[in-house]
Design a protein around this ligand. Sequence first.
Ligand code: BEZ
Ligand code: FE
Length: 290
Amino acid sequence: MRTVTQDTITEAFLATCSKEVDPRLRFILEQLANHLHQFAIKTGLTHEEWRKGISLLRKAGEISDDERDEFVLLSDVLGLSSLIDMINSAPDGTSSSVLGPFHILGAPALPVGGDLKRDNEGATVVIAGQVRDADGNPVRGAAMEIWQTADNGLYSNQDPTQPDYNLRARMTLGDDGRYALTTVRPAPYTVPTDGPVGELLHGMGRHPWRPSHLHFIITAPGYRSLVTELFPDDDPYLDEDAVFGVREDLIMEYREQKPGDPLPEGLEAADRLTDPYYRVDFDFVLVPEG
Ligand code: BEZ
Ligand code: FE
């Protein structure tokens, strides 16, 4: 196509794509070009506005490194990451939710019933439940990874005062799919605001807070891996998560308990629960692979 117009530019772009290209890639590019071109047309995008957008992307590249990915954060605050979670969540299983940038590999093993809280300050939480399938049967061979902030709202890899791998663990579950642990109640925190995403939030008049949450990755042979988070029902940011990660089925109650109340079997910290604490019960539902 020698000359293009607003009406033919999408078609002209698609004509550049070889017929040999993978059909899925071609479809994605077709949709991308279509929506991008329509976005510019419908907004009547000016050169100055286009330059601002490009500058945001350039700054995102400049501030990103092996430990920080500003593009993922941009996707998070735009709601794209959560939308992709929702599109790909199994309808019969526990909803998935954002992985976030603070997951690290190599968390130490914790036995079922283990104490993750150890010397951490803050309210004690006993969390227990089962990894099961949609029919209620235990999932065999499951492994659970958990990570969270300390009481100060920081992850161990953001806070030099915390020991390496503080409040991070990997638990191998038995054939009954049961898990239990003692931990500390996490705190709400803000997403990083010192880069272009912070500028964007500020420009939109938005706050950067996330409700407090516990992160999980649950895997089991023959089942789809689940990346998710659990949120307390009384968190002040539950209805305004900066990254849109909250789903109805991921909200749970922190029930106030007193010493002597029934505990999950074999809880390592049972003898140390001499003050009031919280109890959370939650079952994770996995769906078969494929
Ligand atoms: C987090 O939950 O750790 C997180 C998720 C998205 C952006 C920033 C932090
Ligand atoms: Fe988080």
